[in-house]
Design a protein around this ligand. Structure first.
Ligand code: SF4
Length: 245
């Protein structure tokens, strides 16, 4: 059996760790509590994923919570009662997103999809141990959601919420600046590797669950392997990094 790459090892250690009380998405703790409330508001997680584009992730993930504060309620009944133009007005008035018209419509479409297809309960997207491909595909069916967000959303459900799927093959890495920088410094891909190359390298390292290395790469990129300075001395993966060998 070939030796497990350190990134894969770290990823599985994290996956097997007990579930945290709360997943940290934003700096505002009340908003985190709201986003983690899968009993009352599982749709908040899905809607936040749908908002996560064309602006900073932190601001995008705050949008459902801000709408909750504006409406004073976040029940599906209330959300479904609003029209696309209601959302556009709210997005514009409260400057929720850089593109209030299109993202107001994305929000509206997502609410309607959860209402019509998932009977007002977003937990139905991932319940009953579906395959990872099924869950990724279900996220892709939301207006505006691309493969990067769909795999990220599915990966967080598996890794942080410990939601079980029948397999994990279709959860790829979501290439971002941190994933790209660390993989290239480690010598896993070249500096200007395409997203496809990054995804396939992760599949080569961990065919059963390629996205298992995603969070470790992201965290390394945010802490020890920053764009300006690489703190190799204190890096967890230095023994397998081509830059430090
Ligand atoms: S050893 Fe240095 S270059 Fe390699 S991943 Fe760690 S911080 Fe980055």
């Amino acid at each position: 059996m070939s030796k497990q790459h350190i990134l894969v090892k770290l990823g599985w250690e994290r996956y097997k760790a007990p579930k945290k009380k709360q997943v940290h998405f934003v700096e505002d703790e009340s908003a985190n509590t709201f986003l983690n409330d899968f009993k009352r508001f599982p749709h908040a997680y899905v809607l936040a994923c749908c908002m996560d584009r064309q602006m900073k992730a932190e601001a995008a993930w705050m949008i459902p919570y801000k709408i909750f504060q504006i409406f004073g309620d976040f029940s599906m009944k209330t959300l479904v009662s609003k029209s696309a133009s209601d959302y556009e007005k709210v997005f514009r008035k409260y400057k929720l997103h850089r593109f209030p018209e299109s993202m107001g419509k994305v929000f509206y479409d997502a609410v309607q999809r959860i209402h019509k297809i998932y009977a007002d309960d977003a937990n139905n997207i991932w319940k009953d141990k579906p395959s990872s491909a099924t869950v990724v595909y279900r996220f892709l069916e939301f207006n505006g959601v691309g493969i990067k967000i769909a795999t990220m959303a599915t990966n967080i459900l598996a890794r942080d919420y410990k939601i079980h799927f029948s397999d994990y093959y279709s959860i790829d890495v979501s290439p971002d600046v941190h994933v790209r920088r660390v993989m290239s410094r480690m010598g896993l891909v070249e500096k200007k590797a395409s997203n496809d190359k990054i995804i396939y390298k992760a599949r080569e390292l961990s065919p059963d669950f390629p996205g298992i290395i995603d969070f470790s790469l992201w965290l390394l990129g945010r802490t020890t392997c920053k764009a300006g300075k690489a703190d190799c001395e204190n890096c967890l993966v230095k023994k397998e990094c081509s830059r430090c060998k």
